[in-house]
Design a binder for this molecule. Structure first.
Ligand code: BTN
Length: 325
C-alpha cells in the first residue's frame, strides 16, 4: 500500500499532462514540505520513472517504468472506485487467494490485487493458469454488489465485455468471447476470467473477479501443450503492450459497465456480450460433468446461462461447461 501523499502527488501529475509542476506548488497541493516532495520524487525514480527537473519550472514525468508499479497504475487512472486501493505483489501463488483474504479482512469494493507472477495461478474447472513473470496481467478485483448470489455469474460477462472493449481501444483488434468468459483472438485464448463468490443465502459478501491477460509473452515461453491454443497480444500485434495502460483501461471499462449493470440491469450487457460472442448461431459441443451436449448456441439468458438447441429442437440451459466450436 502506498501513502496518501504519494497518491496525491501522482494525481497532480495525472492532471498536469506535459506541464511542469513546481516543488512549492506540489508541496502546497499535497500538504507537505518541499523536502518531502523531493523524497517522493526520488522514490518514483527508484521505481523506474524518469522525471525531468528544470530550475524555476519544476518537475514533469517523461517516462514510466517497464515493470508494473502501483504508482504507474495510479498515474492517469480514471476511476472512482476500481483500483483506488491497489495491492501490488512481485510474486504470489494466486492473486485470487490474496484478494479473498483482503475481502474477508474488510477491503473496500474496488480493491485490486496485481502480481507480476503467479506460481499457482488458478483457472476455471480446477485448471492451472500459466502466469510467467513481467509479461502478463494477473489481477483480481474485489466487488461488493448488493445483489442476490445467483446474479454473480452476470459479473463475469460484464468483465468479459470490459476486457474486450479495453483491448479494442488499446490495440485496435476485435477479440471474441467464447462462453462464458474466454477471450480469443483467431480462436486462440488470450484472456481468462475466473469469478469466485463469498455469499450467504440471500446476499453477496464479495465477488472476486480474477483476470488473466496474456499481454507480452512470446510463443516460445508457453508450455508445448498450450502453444497451439494460447496467444498473447504481443504475438498478435507484434508490439509490446504497456501493461499498466491496459490495466487502467480494463479497470475503467469494468467500472463503467458495472455501473450500467447496477443501474439498468443485465439487458444492455447481454446485448454487448452477444455482439462479441463467437459461438452464437453456431453448432457447438458443451462438455459438462454430466456429459456432452451437441447443438446450436442460441444466445444467453438473463442469468448468463447459455441457451442451446439440440438436434431434436429441445432448448437446454447450460450453466457450466467447456465449449468446443
Ligand atoms: C480460465 O480458466 O480461463 C480463468 C483464468 C483466470 C486467471 C486469472 S489470473 C489472475 C487471477 N488469479 C488466478 O489465480 N486466476 C485468475
Amino acid at each position: 500500500m502506498q501513502s496518501e501523499l504519494r497518491k496525491r502527488l501522482l494525481d497532480a501529475f495525472t492532471n498536469s499532462g506535459d506541464d511542469f509542476l513546481s516543488g512549492q506548488y506540489l508541496a502546497d497541493l499535497i500538504g507537505c514540505t518541499r523536502t518531502a516532495v523531493w523524497k517522493h520524487i526520488e522514490e518514483l525514480r527508484k521505481e523506474g520513472f524518469e522525471l525531468e527537473a528544470v530550475r524555476r519550472k519544476g518537475y514533469r514525468i517523461v517516462k514510466v517504468p517497464e515493470k508494473i508499479t502501483e504508482n504507474e497504475v495510479r498515474l492517469g487512472l480514471m476511476t472512482k472506485r476500481l483500483g483506488q486501493h491497489i495491492h501490488y505483489e512481485e510474486s504470489v501463488d494466486s492473486t485470487q487467494k490474496i484478494a479473498l483474504q483482503l475481502s474477508l479482512d474488510g477491503a473496500p469494493e474496488g480493491t485490486v490485487v496485481i502480481a507480476e507472477e503467479q506460481t499457482n495461478g488458478r483457472g476455471r474447472m480446477a485448471r492451472t493458469w500459466f502466469s510467467p513473470k513481467y509479461t502478463g496481467i494477473w489481477m483480481s478485483v474485489i466487488l461488493r454488489p448488493q445483489l442476490l448470489p445467483h446474479k454473480a455469474p452476470q459479473l463475469t460477462l460484464v468483465t468479459a465485455v470490459a476486457v474486450v472493449q479495453a483491448i479494442e481501444e488499446l490495440v485496435s483488434i476485435k477479440p471474441q468471447i467464447k462462453w462464458p468468459n474466454d477471450i480469443l483472438i483467431d480462436g486462440k485464448k488470450m484472456t481468462g476470467i475466473l469469478t469466485e463468490l463469498q455469499a450467504e443465502s440471500d446476499r453477496i459478501n464479495s465477488v472476486i473477479i480474477g483476470i488473466g491477460i496474456n499481454a507480452n509473452q512470446e510463443l516460445e515461453v508457453y508450455p508445448e501443450e498450450l502453444q497451439s491454443i494460447a496467444t498473447s497480444l504481443r504475438i498478435e500485434t507484434g508490439k509490446t503492450i504497456n501493461r499498466a495502460e491496459l490495466i487502467k483501461l480494463v479497470l475503467a471499462k469494468i467500472e463503467h459497465l458495472y455501473d450500467v449493470y447496477l443501474q439498468e440491469g443485465f439487458y444492455p450487457i447481454k446485448l454487448l456480450w452477444e455482439s462479441y460472442a463467437v459461438s452464437i448461431g453456431k453448432m457447438i459441443t458443451a462438455r459438462m460433468l454430466q456429459g456432452n451436449l451437441y447443438g446450436k448456441a442460441l444466445g444467453i439468458t438473463d442469468d448468463g446461462a447459455l441457451m442451446m438447441e439440440d438436434e431434436l429442437g429441445k432448448v437446454h440451459l447450460v450453466y457450466s461447461a467447456d465449449i468446443e466450436i
